[in-house]
Design a protein around this ligand. Structure first.
Ligand code: 2HG
Ligand code: ZN
Length: 465
C-alpha cells in the first residue's frame, strides 16, 4: 500500500523520476568495499531541487524510507540501502555554476563530482580545498554529508570548512538554507555546518556553495623512506612545520609492496615506512623543500617538480585502496589519533594486534599530517565485526576517533558509544527528531534505528542479495 502510494506520487512529480527495474537498482545496493549488500525497492533520481523536495515529501506521506546515495563510494555502508528503503540518488543533480571570481566561490548541485567542480574552476586557476583519491566519483552531496577530508586537510580543513552555504531538503522543514557567497553570517547556529557530517540523516543536500582556493604555481612532491615508523613520525613532525605543506601522507612497506605488484612497477625507494609530502606555494620552493627534506632525515628520497613526476609519486599513495581491493574484501577502520599518540597506536596494530590475529594481512596508510590512519585488514570474514571492534576500541581508548573522514555509516553505528556519551547520543538523536521526526532518511546510518535495532542486523555482510 505504502509503496503503491509512493509510486503514484512519484509519477505525478515526473514520469521518469522512479524506476523499479532490478537491473538498474541491484548494482547500487552493494557498498564500494563489497563487504555489505542491502536491498532497495526502487531508485528515485530527481532532476532538480523541486523534484527532490517533492520526493522527500511523498516519502513522508507514504512512510517510505529513503536511502540517500551519491557516488556510492562509502567505505562504511553509509549509502547502502536497508530493509524496505527506496534509493534517492543525486545522479541527475549535476549542475555546476560559474565560478564567482570576486568572492572565490562556486555553487554545485549535490550529484556533481569533485572532478567536475574542479574542471569548472581550473580555467580560472582555482580548485576546491578538499581533494581525495575518489575525486572522479565522489559527489559534492556525499562529501558534505560525510564531511569528507582527503589529502589537503592539513592546509584547508575538511569539507565543513569549505561550506559557504547549503540547500538542504529535510522531511520536516522542506527545502531550507541558501547558496550565499557570504564568508561571514552569524545568524544563529550554522545549519550548513550541522548538516556536514550528519551522513544524510537530517536532510538531502540539494546544492552547496563552496570556497575555491588558488592553484599555486610552484608544487613539489617528495617521497621519503624511513627505517621505522618512529623515524618517519619524527620526520613528519619537522615537515609539518613548513608553511608550504599541503599534504603529508604515510604508507608502510606492506602496502607499497602490494601497490608495486598491482601496478607492475618497481618500488621507487626501499624502506619500512614512507612519507609522501606535497609542498605548494606561489613562490619558488626548491631551496625550501630541499632544506625541509634534509632536516627530516629520511633514508632515501625522491622529489618531483613537474606534473607527470608528481602524479607518479602520488600514484604510490592513491593506488592503495584499489590494490588492497584486489587482495580481498577489506575491513576498513578509518581512525584519527592525537598526533602525539600515532606511534603508540601503529606499534599496537603491527605488534600485539597482528600477533593475536595471524590470519589477517594488515595494511596501514593515511593522512599522517592530520593524525588519520586507515587500518585495512584483509582475511577476516565480511560479517566478523570483532577485528573492527578491537581496533576501533583501541583508538577510542587512546583519545582518538572511530571515524576520521569516512563517516559512521551502518557498519559502525553500533559502536558510536565508544566515542560519544549517552547524553551526546541523545543530543544527536534530538537533532534527528527535529529535522526528520518520522525517521525517513537513512535509517540505521550513524545512529541505531528508531526501533532500537541496528541496521547491520538485516544487512547480511557480503551475502544478502
Ligand atoms: C584514502 O585516503 C581514502 O585514500 C580511502 O580515504 C582509505 O581505503 C581506505 O581505507
Ligand atoms: Zn583517506
Amino acid at each position: 500500500m505504502a509503496l503503491a502510494r509512493f509510486i503514484r506520487s512519484c509519477e505525478e512529480i515526473s514520469p521518469r523520476l522512479l524506476t523499479l527495474d532490478p537491473d538498474i537498482v541491484a548494482p547500487l545496493c552493494t557498498d564500494w568495499t563489497r563487504r555489505v549488500t542491502g536491498h532497495a525497492l526502487g531508485l528515485a533520481r530527481p532532476s532538480n531541487e523541486a523534484e527532490l523536495a517533492a520526493v522527500v515529501e511523498a516519502a513522508v506521506e507514504a512512510e517510505i524510507h529513503l536511502q540517500l546515495q551519491g557516488g556510492n563510494t562509502s567505505l562504511v555502508a553509509g549509502a547502502t540501502p536497508w530493509g524496505d528503503s527506496v534509493l534517492l540518488s543525486s545522479a541527475r543533480l549535476r549542475e555546476v555554476g560559474d565560478p564567482d571570481l570576486t568572492s572565490l566561490s562556486i555553487t554545485a548541485e549535490a550529484g556533481a563530482t569533485a572532478a567536475e567542480v574542479n574542471a569548472a574552476l581550473a580555467p580560472h586557476r582555482l580548485k576546491l580545498g578538499v581533494d581525495l583519491a575518489s575525486r572522479e566519483s565522489a559527489t559534492i552531496g556525499g562529501m558534505v554529508a560525510t564531511n569528507a577530508g582527503g589529502i589537503h586537510v592539513v592546509r584547508y580543513g575538511p569539507m565543513r570548512s569549505q561550506l559557504l552555504g547549503l540547500r538542504l531538503v529535510t522531511p520536516a522543514q522542506g527545502a531550507i538554507g541558501r547558496l550565499s557567497p557570504l564568508y561571514k553570517d552569524n545568524t544563529g547556529p550554522d545549519l550548513a555546518a550541522i548538516a556536514a557530517g550528519s551522513e544524510g540523516t537530517l536532510g538531502a543536500v540539494a546544492a552547496a556553495a563552496l570556497k575555491a582556493v588558488p592553484i599555486l604555481e610552484e608544487s613539489v612532491v617528495a617521497l621519503l623512506s624511513f627505517g621505522s615508523f618512529s623515524a618517519a613520525a619524527e620526520g613528519a613532525r619537522r615537515i609539518r612545520r613548513s608553511p608550504a605543506v599541503s599534504a603529508l601522507e604515510f604508507m608502510t612497506h606492506a602496502g607499497m609492496d602490494l601497490v608495486s605488484r598491482h601496478l607492475g612497477r618497481e618500488l621507487p625507494l626501499a624502506g619500512a615506512v614512507y612519507l609522501l609530502a606535497e609542498f605548494e606555494s606561489a613562490f619558488p620552493l626548491l631551496d625550501h623543500v630541499v632544506e625541509v627534506v634534509e632536516d627530516s632525515v629520511p633514508s632515501t628520497s625522491a622529489l618531483a617538480f613537474d606534473a607527470r613526476g608528481r602524479a607518479e609519486l602520488w600514484r604510490w599513495r592513491e593506488a592503495h585502496t584499489e590494490a588492497i581491493a584486489t587482495a580481498g574484501i577489506a575491513h576498513k577502520m578509518d581512525v584519527a589519533l592525537p598526533i602525539a599518540s600515532l606511534e603508540e597506536f601503529v606499534s599496537w596494530v603491527e605488534g600485539p594486534f597482528a600477533a593475536e590475529n595471524p590470519e589477517l594481512d594488515v595494511y596501514l596508510f593515511g593522512h599522517l599530517g592530520d593524525g588519520n590512519v586507515h587500518v585495512n585488514l584483509v582475511g577476516a570474514e565480511p560479517d566478523d565485526l570483532s577485528p573492527d571492534e578491537a581496533v576501533l576500541a583501541k583508538a577510542a581508548s587512546m583519545g582518538g576517533s572511530i571515524s576520521a573522514e569516512h563517516g559512521i555509516g551502518r557498519l559502525k553505528a553500533p559502536l558510536v558509544h565508544l566515542v560519544r556519551t549517552q547524553a551526546e547520543i541523545d543530543a544527536i538523536a534530538a537533532l534527528k527528531a527535529a529535522f526528520d521526526p518520522d525517521g525517513i532518511l537513512n535509517p540505521g546510518v550513524l545512529l541505531p534505528t528508531p526501533k532500537g535495532r541496528h541496521a547491520t542486523e538485516n544487512l547480511a555482510p557480503g551475502r544478502l542479495a
